[in-house]
Ligand binder design. Structure first.
Ligand code: COA
Length: 376
């Protein structure tokens, strides 16, 4: 019998694998993807470049980027099978539920189905990156009884997503805000959904199964679902004056404030200042700073009273709200970006695979004598 000296609830602090994809530089409190600081990336590149970086390890050259962009733009259309699923779901199905089903179904018709090699998985990831924005915007418009908007090959991922959602081109500052949020959402180490994806594929299952697992894990409000939950909470707060009393009452009742706290960052999520700046730019462009102001007031109270900082979902939530993005699409938009990180994890796991199979500390009864059915 092996001895198990350490148990950490929620696997806090447990090293569960090796990865060369991203890391937190805790001295500088910065997130680095493939060694590049996210501050530099958000200031200089498009989400496509970051997706390429995650999938191919290096930033692309000019020609590599245009080839990658072309692959994305050519594969945005949906199959009839997926469209039939989107049309047939019960009304009020949450977009994350629908997205999980639709993404899973894409695996049936993928030209590389059955090929789980490194290169085939990268090709599948690119197809998913191309199609997920079309799925989420098409599903949304169908649910509203609107005609879906065809993707536009002249727009990048961020601008095309907003275009397909609205049927008209977004303002430049909105496309840039979306671009930054997609970069910030792309990858973050061994979080619950990336880990779920790695566990799934470690059995030598396939990329679609792993991404479907990732979507399922991301949906909960303790993970990606927090951006929607945070905005629902902000709407209840409603004003700067109400922010402190609301936060104090939540703390007193031990309720969690959504969009705050993080397993890895204890002195603040490095992505927050970047997204807060972007949200302020939207507020300036729209002439309405209510939500960043309410957000800041809650943040001040949380830090002063509990030392708990916001995570990236908090400013993303109110930035999306200021761009009139419907709240149930916030987590699906997160998926449209995180596909790149999850896929990088899937490929990395398979490149050096060993099944992920932890153990547990048994807390049940030691031994019970068998009692025949009629005597129980
Ligand atoms: N609001 C209020 N208190 C919070 C909090 C929040 N959002 N997040 C953490 N805390 C408190 C806990 O109540 C706990 O306090 P206690 O020690 O007095 O009981 C302490 O901080 C540690 O929290 P815990 O939930 O054990 O941390 P964790 O590492 O297991 O969980 C999260 C991390 C992210 C799941 C957690 O902070 C959370 O639920 N946040 C809200 C959801 C969210 O925004 N998720 C997105 C993450 S990117």
């Amino acid at each position: 019998m092996v001895e198990y000296p350490e148990y950490s609830p929620g696997l806090e602090g447990i090293i569960a694998g090796e990865s060369a994809i991203s890391r937190i530089d805790s001295e500088r409190n910065r997130l680095l993807s493939r060694g590049y600081d996210l501050v530099d990336l958000t200031e200089n590149v498009s989400f496509e470049e970051v997706a390429y970086l995650l999938l191919h390890t290096d930033l692309p050259s000019d020609s590599q980027l245009s080839d990658f962009g072309a692959q994305l733009r050519q594969q945005r259309d949906l199959t009839e099978e997926v469209l039939a699923i989107l049309r047939s779901v019960p009304p009020f199905t949450h977009p994350m539920t629908l997205l999980r089903t639709a993404v899973s179904s894409l695996g049936h018709s993928d030209p590389d189905a059955g090929d789980d090699s490194h290169d085939a998985n990268v090709r599948k990831a690119i197809r998913l990156l191309a199609k997920v924005p079309t799925i989420l915007t098409t599903a949304h418009r169908l649910a509203l009884g609107q005609t879906p908007v065809e993707p536009r090959a002249d727009l990048d991922q961020a601008a095309n997503l907003l275009y397909m959602l609205r049927g008209e081109e977004a303002q430049a500052y909105e496309a840039e805000a979306m671009n930054v949020s997609l970069i910030l959402y792309a990858e973050h180490g061994f979080n619950a959904s990336a880990f779920a994806a790695r566990v799934t594929v470690s059995t030598l299952s396939n990329l679609y199964a792993a991404i479907t697992s990732g979507i399922g894990a991301l949906a909960g409000p303790l993970h990606g679902g927090a951006n929607e939950a945070a905005m629902e909470m902000l709407l209840k707060v409603g004003s700067v004056e109400n922010a402190r009393p609301f936060a104090l009452a939540a703390m007193a009742s031990k309720a969690k404030i959504m969009g705050f706290g993080h397993r890895e960052y204890k002195s603040g999520d490095s992505r927050v200042p970047i997204m807060k700046r972007v949200a302020r730019q939207i507020a300036e462009a729209t002439g309405n700073s209510l939500w960043p102001d309410v957000g800041d007031a809650i943040e001040e109270t949380m830090i002063a009273e509990k030392g708990i900082h916001p995570n990236v979902d908090f400013p993303c939530a109110y930035a999306y709200y200021m761009m009139d993005i419907p709240i149930p699409l916030y987590t699906p938009i997160f998926v449209s970006s995180r596909i790149s990180g999850w896929s990088a994890h899937v490929v990395e796991q398979l490149d050096n695979n060993r099944i992920i199979r932890p153990i547990h500390h048994y807390t049940g009864e030691a031994h019970r004598p068998y009692v025949p059915l009629k005597e129980r």
